[in-house]
Design a protein around this ligand. Structure first.
Ligand SMILES: NC(=O)c1ccc[n+]([C@@H]2O[C@H](COP(=O)([O-])OP(=O)(O)OC[C@H]3O[C@@H](n4cnc5c(N)ncnc54)[C@H](O)[C@@H]3O)[C@@H](O)[C@H]2O)c1
Length: 443
């Protein structure tokens, strides 16, 4: 079955979905209201960094299975399936902001024919699939079949995750559509969960909030280790070896960021509150996560005495490795706090351009980690880029004014950092702090 598919939204989810469906030889048009984005795409420039995506887009544009446009009505014309992949960012009250989502859905009634499948890939509150179906089928002249197919890809491995998911979740209400979906996703070799709209929507929120919980859990254990003793890297690795727990998302550090975990946990809290369900557990998850950022700045301030005029190198801006996304990145919060306390910040990230930091944040940029660390009083690693593991740590240490190293991702083995001569500002080593401070004042 070859389908004519319109993907709405050329972001991480939309672009990856469009490229892969085109690779499966469907006839795909990807539409985005951001004209600059479409212009760039037409010029062959991807708006995001995602391993393997550029090649997939180029190949399928050449084969004419994939095209881009900013014209919604034109993109919708004649399509048999529409995939909604627009953003649903958090609003002030924690509920997802569905303005873009509904603006898109509302345009379908005027612009498409009969018997169209609308697949929701955006993460939306439980009940949205039903509401979309009611809205779209209000006019008797139209029949829309709504499918809720939440996306589980992770930025940095998005193409791989789309092609090799742990599971596919499809919420739909008719046996015929279910059969069509089985056929559409036939190339995926994974467990396939067919369920109703509400369950599909809840599966997405339940999964993300659990991952967020796991990270905040291990960070709480990390903080306890710091206070009472214990090497959190050994602790986390051993806890994760219990197959009931598993290693994934048991990485201690500066906490989660990005466009999904915090947003979806907030979204779940908001839905619980509307319905009078106690959701304290998820509130704690978010609070622990935010505190991890504050904690880094506190440790830095303690070890350096204060941050006024102190030079700090930040290695890694992206919220995680292999992406250029800065949405809710811990680096943004931490840099803003350091600057507020009078610190001077020099940054290096392999793919993020520091000009994408919010305007209020003024930093200098280095084009390699050594240049970033030259003459600084401390270095903080905030993204677990693999290339950092190849650094000559002794060289880095020697070039710094005071060799304070805060590994916000527990990327390096502690032993390696100590052998390179770094001070690790952990609480049990607080006797070393005056030594560091005298190094700085001797400058
Ligand atoms: N990023 C992820 O890792 C990820 C993973 C799984 C699910 N999701 C969910 O998928 C959805 C999309 O996330 P994303 O990260 O791809 O978002 P994104 O911000 O990268 O992309 C969304 C795109 O939609 C476009 N858009 C917004 N309104 C539009 C309109 N009216 N018409 C046409 N285009 C419009 C924007 O210009 C943007 O390019 C969200 O609900 C998110 O929660 C994201």
């Amino acid at each position: 079955m070859i389908m004519k598919i319109c993907v709405v939204g050329a972001g991480y989810v939309g672009l990856v979905s469009a490229a892969i469906l085109a690779d499966w030889q469907h006839n795909v048009v990807c539409v985005d209201h951001n004209e600059q984005k479409i212009e760039d795409l037409l010029a062959g420039k991807l708006p995001i960094f995602e391993p393997g995506l550029q090649e997939l887009v180029e190949l399928n544009r050449r084969r004419q299975y994939l095209r881009f446009t900013a014209e919604m009505a034109e993109a919708l014309r004649g399509c048999e399936m529409i995939i909604v992949a627009v953003g649903t960012p958090p609003a002030e009250n924690g509920h997802p902001n569905l303005e873009d989502f509904w603006a898109v859905v509302k345009s379908f009634r005027e612009n498409v024919g009969n018997n169209v499948i609308v697949m929701i890939k955006s993460t939306v509150p439980v009940g949205t699939g039903e509401a979309v179906s009611l809205y779209l089928n209000e006019k008797v002249s139209h029949t829309f079949s709504v499918v809720s197919a939440p996306e589980f890809l992770r930025q940095g491995t998005a193409v791989h995750d789309f092609l090799h998911p742990d599971r596919l979740v499809v919420g739909c209400m008719s046996p015929e559509i279910r059969e069509q979906m089985k056929e559409l996703f036939q190339p995926l070799d994974c467990p396939k969960v067919f369920t109703d709209w509400h369950s599909a929507e809840m599966i997405k929120y339940a999964s993300n909030s659990f991952l967020a919980l796991k990270i905040s859990y291990i960070n709480t254990i990390a903080n306890l280790c710091e206070a009472v003793g214990g090497n959190i890297q050994d602790v986390a690795a051993a806890v994760g070896l219990d197959h009931r727990i598993g290693q994934a998302y048991l990485k201690p550090g500066v906490g989660f960021g990005g466009s999904c975990l915090a947003k979806d946990t907030q979204g779940l809290i908001a839905q619980g509150e509307v319905h009078g369900v106690n959701v304290w557990m998820f509130k704690d998850v978010l609070e622990v996560n935010y505190e991890q950022r504050v904690h880094i700045v506190q440790r830095l301030t303690e070890v350096l005495g204060n941050l006024k005029g102190r030079k700090i190198a930040i290695l890694g801006l992206a919220f995680k490795a292999n992406t250029d996304d800065l949405r809710d990145a811990p680096s943004v919060t931490i840099i803003a706090q350091i600057i507020k306390l009078g610190g001077l910040v020099k940054v290096y990230d392999p793919v993020v351009d520091s000009s994408s930091l919010p305007n209020i944040i003024s930093v200098s940029t280095a084009d390699n980690p050594y240049a970033a660390c030259q003459g600084v009083d401390a270095v903080i690693v905030l993204t677990e880029w693999e290339e950092f593991l190849d650094l000559d740590l002794k060289r880095l240490q020697k070039s710094m004014n005071a060799p304070v190293f805060i590994d916000g991702r527990y990327l390096f083995e502690r032993k390696r950092l100590l052998e390179a001569g770094f001070f690790l500002p952990e609480r049990p080593s607080s006797s070393e702090w005056p030594v560091v401070q005298s190094m700085i004042s001797a400058r």
